[in-house]
Design a protein around this ligand. Structure first.
Ligand code: IMP
Length: 195
């Protein structure tokens, strides 16, 4: 069976992609290959960061691998926080501080359109393949719900009237930016597997 390293130790992301692949590929996390390095995320775009992480692993382990990077892009903030979503409120911040900063920046703003965007970079036999997933929605005026993580409590996906933090995890994991990008990666891997 084919093996790939996913440049992450995020259990949630691993479970999600393993579930979609349904056992057709073996996906190894960084911990499973004994990689505990702080992989730099120095790119100015989601694509650059995903590629940097995937190339880092490819250089070190010489095997096929993929990495992802996600950002929340808010229209009235010209796409911010974007690639800086994880550290929007500063280097030592957390999700709560990031949300506080976002709500403050959008105070009184009627255009609340936003999207989550994920880019997955796959390095296969030294060649780069990119897969993108976008979910459109809007930013609530305040936090709602306790589920999920990150900006979930303020993001209302298009077609719903609840935030990601209020929706059941199964719903989020079916429609999310990451699910869309992951499904594109999986479709590509499956199509190669059949040849
Ligand atoms: P990462 O690239 O998956 O590490 O995500 C970067 C940042 O985007 C995280 O620190 C979160 O704040 C945010 N983020 C990523 N995915 C989600 C999500 O599904 N819901 C809410 N926030 C997210």
């Amino acid at each position: 069976m084919k093996e790939l390293i996913f440049a992450t130790n995020n259990i949630h992301k691993l479970q999600e992609i393993r579930a979609i692949l349904d056992g057709d590929f073996i996906i190894r996390s960084l911990a499973e290959v004994n990689c505990f390095d702080e992989i730099p995320e120095t790119g100015n775009t989601l694509q650059a960061n995903a590629e940097i992480k995937a190339r880092y692993i490819e250089d070190k382990y010489h095997c096929n691998c993929f990495a992802d990077d996600t950002g929340l892009e808010v229209e009235c903030l010209q796409g911010a926080p974007g690639v800086f979503s994880a550290r929007y409120a500063g280097e030592d911040c957390n999700s709560e501080k990031n949300i506080d900063k976002l709500l403050l920046a959008m105070e009184g703003e009627s255009n609340r359109l936003a999207q989550f965007r994920t880019v997955i970079a796959l390095i296969e036999n030294n060649e780069l393949f990119l897969f993108e997933g976008i979910i459109k929605g809007r930013i609530a005026n305040e936090r709602f719900g306790t589920g999920g993580f990150g900006y979930d409590s303020v993001f209302i996906p298009e077609g719903y009237d609840k935030t990601f933090a209020e929706l059941p995890a199964e719903v989020k994991n079916t429609i999310s930016h990451r699910a869309i990008a992951s499904k594109k990666l999986v479709a590509y891997l499956m199509s190669k597997n059949e040849k």
